[in-house]
Design a protein around this ligand. Structure first.
Ligand code: AKG
Ligand code: FE2
Length: 312
């Protein structure tokens, strides 16, 4: 199994609308990828490699600051939005049966909230502006992908869009997460510990921009295979709530980030844009079946967060 590369030119962000025939063939390619592999590389999406590098470079300056400075922005220290902010090394376990992940992250969500706190010391003065702009570009692209996905299942093209109307506000949990995997010494790594434990994502879809290799994706036969990092593309995957929404027609697949080889002290960066349905959107199986009970986007997300961060 390899992750297919699909050309998104027909509905590229610089285009106002798409030609009907081109859109139809794009939707067929996406359906094949999402129903068989769960992941697809999109090329010519409209988000440039320069935009990705700018966001990664600004994040890296934040992560390289002393711990005390980062702590001021810790996740859970903002009562208005418990998900926003910095996550320190080994705090999160995406595979709850294994030790904490060897990564740091910064989650940005609810951009429009005036209460949101953003890093603003000299080294990271541009952090808010760059992350907000990148969030908005990812938002535009995700809505386009969701529209094509609805068409791929012969549904009303607006069916997924209607449940993603409030991205960026406090009524929607969509998050841009910048990830930094620091250099590791193999002596200090615990048994079973990874850079990012085996998991599937929670929401509707995820856009992932990787600075280097390291991601592995699980095949239907249960074997993890390494994916390349292809500059200029965005890796898109179906997440758990979308699999449930589509009554398992589209697959949310487990993935993980491996440790670097022994003696390799390189760092790794990625940007993950986790698209979530609106908190109040009621997700019911889109084929009209009752394979899964209806759940709201907000309740589903809270339940999944409590599993990966523990109860405290
Ligand atoms: O860093 C990566 O490449 C993947 C991260 C990931 O899968 C996640 O945070 O959900
Ligand atoms: Fe993931």
């Amino acid at each position: 199994m390899i992750v297919p590369v699909v050309d998104f030119s027909a509905y590229n962000l610089s285009k106002r609308d798409a030609d009907g025939e081109e859109l139809q063939s794009l939707s067929e390619e996406l359906k094949a990828a999402f129903s068989q592999v769960g992941f697809v590389f999109l090329k010519n999406s409209g988000i440039s490699q320069e935009e990705v590098e700018r966001a990664m470079e600004s994040s890296k300056r934040f992560f390289l600051q002393p711990e005390e400075l980062k702590k001021r922005f810790s996740r859970k220290s903002f009562p208005n939005n418990p998900n926003h902010g910095w996550v320190s090394m080994e705090t999160e376990r995406l595979n709850p049966s294994q030790p904490g992940d060897l990564k740091e992250a910064f989650n940005a969500s609810q951009l429009l909230s005036v209460l949101q706190k953003w890093p603003s010391s000299d080294a990271v003065r541009d952090f808010r502006e760059i992350h907000t702009a990148f969030f908005q570009r990812c938002q535009e692209l995700s809505l386009r992908v969701l529209r094509v996905m609805a068409q791929s299942l012969s549904l009303d093209p607006a069916v997924f869009l209607n449940a993603h109307q409030f991205i960026g506000t406090d009524e929607n949990g969509t998050t841009l997460r910048s990830l930094y995997y620091p250099p590791l010494k193999s002596e200090t790594v615990n048994e079973g510990q990874l850079r990012c434990g085996e998991h599937s994502d929670y929401g509707s879809i995820t856009l992932l921009f990787q600075g280097s290799e390291g991601l592995q994706v699980c095949t239907r036969a249960g074997e993890f295979i390494s994916t390349p990092s292809i500059p200029g593309t965005v890796l898109v995957n179906v997440a758990d709530l979308m699999q449930r929404w589509t009554s398992d027609q589209l697959l949310s697949v487990r993935h993980r980030v491996l440790l670097p080889p022994v003696g390799d002290s390189s760092t790794r960066q990625s940007l993950a844009y986790f698209v979530q349905p609106d908190n109040e959107a009621l997700i019911t199986c889109c084929d009209g079946s009752n394979k899964y009970p209806p759940v709201t986007g907000g309740d589903y997300l809270l339940q999944r967060f409590s599993e990966s961060y523990g109860k405290n």
